[in-house]
Design a binder for this molecule. Sequence first.
Ligand code: NI
Length: 179
Amino acid sequence: MIREILKMGDPRLLEVAKPVTDVHDPAVKSIVTDMYDTLHDAKAFGLAAPQIGIDLRILIFGIAPTRYHPEQEPVPLTALINPWIDILTEETDHGPESCLSVPGMRGLVPRFTRIRYGGTLEDGGQVEREADGFHARLFQHEYDHLDGILYPQRIADITKFGFTEALLPRAEWAKHASE
Ligand code: NI
């Protein structure tokens, strides 16, 4: 079922989400299914459970090959329960981000360029991956949602936050776009 996506300003987006205690609980499967439906409908790269008002540490994300990321390896659509993250470098990179909870806006956000992450899959198995580039950026964005952090809070230079069409000419975004 497609769920309503909470918008920035809703206090539920600012809470630290709770760990899932039983990954085999049918309610968890139902939440993940709703998240897939909602993400597919929104045509975005990722979604975190708090964005649909669920106070649990669940996120989904994936990168299909697109014209905006010719250099990025595709990432299979993945649901992670109780995910974790390790930062593998102090190096950061500023790149454009958008968020379903902040519609119509974009901003340049610093993120670590190389990470390792993992978590529990829907079937109870564990996964662990290393990521860089847009893959690492996307994971950090989604993981932040579980800690109640929206990307505008990460923007170092607030003049680099604005309406999608106004912030940079369309041709510039086409080079960097991460939506
Ligand atoms: Ni987001």
